[in-house]
Design a protein around this ligand. Sequence first.
Ligand code: UTP
Length: 299
Amino acid sequence: MTQNSSWKRVRKAVFPVAGLGTRFLPATKVMPKEMLPLVDRPLIQHAFEEARQAGIEEFIFVTGRQKEMLEEHFDYQPELERTLEARNKQDELEKVRASEMGESQLFCTRQAKPLGLGHAIWCARKLVGNEPFAIMLPDDVVLSKTPCLKQMIEAYDETGGNLVAVMDVPREETNKYGILDVGAQNGALTEVKGLVEKPKPEEAPSTLSVIGRYILQPEVFDHLSRFEKGAGGEIQLTDAMAKLIGSQPFNGFSYEGQRYDCGSRIGFIEANIAFAMQDPEIGKTVRSIVKQQAENADL
Ligand code: UTP
């Protein structure tokens, strides 16, 4: 695909990780939710690897209190590496190195109070500057052949403007998501005519919901900086994005893959089973364990 010349390339990704993770208490009393392991890597590393595979060069974390571990996870750990080298543990060494970020790749800013996702993104405005950027919510994990953000960047190269990953949800669940008012459809792309945060099922304009992958233009910061409170009294990203519609292209993108909501206990358990069953080392054993456990439960 060719780059749409009038839109800049996406080089930066913002990872908002300042939420409280109350649905995982007490596990998240001290440890950040984003450090919960999905099989063998913390959620934040899954998101980082997806972004890196999509060609992202700068990784911007919006952190908060008790979130230092998230930055440290991506540090160079000389003592650990020396010990693994001395013990000739090559596989383990490679796993450690896969979680290191190179020089000047990780940038962190802090959200003093968790005032909402929109506010968290606003906190990254100076690190993003005047260029398009991706947003990755680490608790949304997508199991797919091509990394979800890579699919989106390929589509963005054609569309430019703003692009959000979307999936269809049961109507009774629209009050958990940002929902699209849909326009024309063209393959994987759906024109966005409007966006509503957490509408009641009877008021939802469609059942197409935004998941935690976005490509946005920097003009969204102009709207976020008004600090308008929306659903749940929080500063909502959805409301600021809705204000871009009409002035810039805005599309929903139906990705190939399965999304898991690792911010909820059920979604997290489901993701662990699905990812473990796909794992080249342990997948076969896990599949037989799952089968055995299901049979035992039927007894
Ligand atoms: P969630 O809605 O999952 O909130 O945030 P949460 O606080 O993390 O978790 P619960 O609901 O209490 O269990 C979605 C994403 O937005 C970030 C979170 O870290 C998560 O990645 N977020 C949310 C912030 O960074 N700041 C906020 O003020 C709110």
